[in-house]
Design a binder for this molecule. Sequence first.
Ligand code: FES
Length: 177
Amino acid sequence: MILKLMKQAVPIAVVETTKADPRIKLIAAKIKKENYKPEALIEILHTAQNAYGYLPIPVLSYITKSLKLPPARVFAAVTFYHFFSLKSKGEHTCLVCTGTACYVKGANAILKELEKEFGIKAGQVTADEKLGIQVARCVGACGLAPVVVVDDEVEAKVSADHIVQEIRAKILEHEPT
Ligand code: FES
């Protein structure tokens, strides 16, 4: 099923639908830097995993096609290495960028506040599986630091309070009434 999805997605569509998401540009830059070499697959997957917290199928498809690799080879690499994950952790995800630019602008304090507020550490999911908190090394939007990505929405120049409120609202929004 995953292989089928990877074959279906078209790279340009990924780029267009994620125009506002700097992470795809980060991956495109990495692929270019590696000269589109298939041998750089693992490194490129690491870049993607670090930026997204997991490997979304359209992104895998984009990498597959950019490197002109058979989807089965990419899928085999992703499933072989324990580090890679095909699924985001939790119903909602909060990815705190702790790269240099974000660190300088207080990313660690934001992360600590979120961990305290939701009672989990980065890399963990709440007991009800509603929220997973993860960290990224850089999501490619350093000029907007500090950056937090909530459910694939890149939030710029954030404060911990704002993110906490947003996550609470998202969780409530999806609660059965
Ligand atoms: S360091 Fe956070 S976006 Fe680059």
